[in-house]
Write a protein that binds this ligand. Sequence first.
Ligand SMILES: [Cu+2]
Ligand SMILES: [Zn+2]
Length: 187
Amino acid sequence: MKKTILTILLIVSVLACKKNVKKTETSKTTQEVIEKTPALTIVLNPKSESAVTGTAKFVEIDGVVQMTAKIKGLSEGSHAIHIHDKGDCSSSDGKSSGGHWNPTAQPHGKWGAETGYHKGDIGNFVVESSEDETTVEFSTNEWCIGCGDPTKDILGKGVIVHQGVDDFVSQPSGAAGSRVSCGGIIQ
Ligand SMILES: [Cu+2]
Ligand SMILES: [Zn+2]
């Protein structure tokens, strides 16, 4: 009888031990995955006396950077959004962020155009109602977050939202009008 109880206790403790080990391993793996996923969220601040605010979230998964921008305070209609060369939004007109981010020395254009485009040429988006927040989604494998490759790395650059529309033709920046919101892509 004593032997049976001991055996049962032994089996129970071995099972409990096994369960514990498995749990620990699982949580460690999840933690590692989180640490390996570069991500950041930046704030977009009003410029050129606008009231355009928002956030832009960047996440890199399997070599693809996904941008999700949420923007408020824009008038109804189409507006341009780009990545500009500097993460400096200090000037009141947003021009401290420089021209379009163009590390591959291409002409300005529509994203993916055979004639060329800047790495910052995200394009236009539509605001359905000036009352609502508009979500802008964009993803590409031509960017990275902190990989150090100067032709891909968006860290240190700046997101600019324009009052006007990018015509994809005018050089060097698509004649998209004033810069109404700015956020530095800085961790
Ligand atoms: Cu721009
Ligand atoms: Zn451009």
